[in-house]
Design a protein around this ligand. Structure first.
Ligand SMILES: [Zn+2]
Length: 260
């Protein structure tokens, strides 16, 4: 059975490399069921692992989020798998990775995914002091925006942020809220920071999802095991009636009124 499943993963991965986001929507794919616009005023913090509130998802609705990229070897595989099933996700980028791989940042955006922010270098913001934490946040946003739009601004085009390791502080949460930036935790995850086979990860993630029934899912596009698992996970969602919800900002931040 495990051999069979591995063969299926390999087959789906091969198919995925041939598909492009521009071919979507496409019959017999999982597809993106709907787009939810997230207003940071109404939802300043979401994700039940860290906060009391999350996004208003219906049963069987999931949001796919990927952290820590872009990382060429694995992010491109994740993008191919998503394109193969015509689903959109949100990528929380590390600024220095975005600076090193601007073409992939633009490919993520061109494929219809949303781009959130995950600091410059993934330091624990609850441990380094407020000035350095703000520098990590702003330098990360600026690097992501530079890769995306050619402008190093601390105003994020999509005002979504996730703390490295979910390590927030009350002061930083208040700061981000004052800037109209929504903070994302997660409702469930695959624990893909722990080494395991793609098959083990699939079992873990699908068991957790079936238990919760819906939610904002955290994955890492920097992990080879996650990139390998993803095609089979998307098939699982399709077979079991789950719907993918894509997140978009309710309005892109254009004003400089929040700038310091
Ligand atoms: Zn991270």
């Amino acid at each position: 059975m495990i051999v069979l499943r591995a063969a299926l993963v390999a087959l789906v991965t091969t198919t995925a490399t041939a598909a492009r986001a521009t071919d979507c929507p496409r019959k017999d794919t999982l597809g993106t069921a709907r787009v939810m616009t997230v207003n940071p005023q109404a939802f300043p913090r979401v994700g039940l692992k860290s906060f009391p509130q999350t996004l208003p998802l219906a049963d069987k609705e999931v949001v796919l989020t990927f952290d820590d990229g872009p990382f060429p070897a694995t992010t491109t595989k994740v993008l191919a798998a998503l394109a193969s099933e015509c689903v959109q996700a949100t990528f929380f980028l590390i600024g220095r990775n975005a600076e090193a791989n601007p073409a992939i940042v633009r490919k993520i955006a061109a494929s219809g995914h949303s781009i959130g922010h995950h600091t410059w270098s993934h330091r624990p913001l609850d441990k380094i002091g407020q000035p350095q934490a703000l520098e990590e946040i702003d330098r990360g946003i600026a690097a992501d925006e530079m890769a995306l739009n050619g402008t190093a601004t601390r105003l994020p085009s999509t005002p979504f942020f996730r703390f490295p390791g979910f390590a927030s502080t009350p002061a930083l949460l208040a700061h981000l809220q004052s800037r109209g930036i929504a903070v994302f935790g997660a409702d469930l995850w695959a624990s893909d920071w722990n080494p395991m086979t793609p098959d083990q990860q699939l079992q873990l993630l699908t068991a957790r999802l079936d238990e919760e029934g819906k939610g904002v899912i955290l994955l890492h596009d920097t992990k080879a095991q996650t990139a390998k698992m993803l095609p089979a996970f998307l098939q699982y969602l399709k077979r079991n009636g789950y719907k993918v919800v894509h997140l978009a900002a309710s309005q892109q931040i254009k004003s400089s009124s929040h700038d310091r």
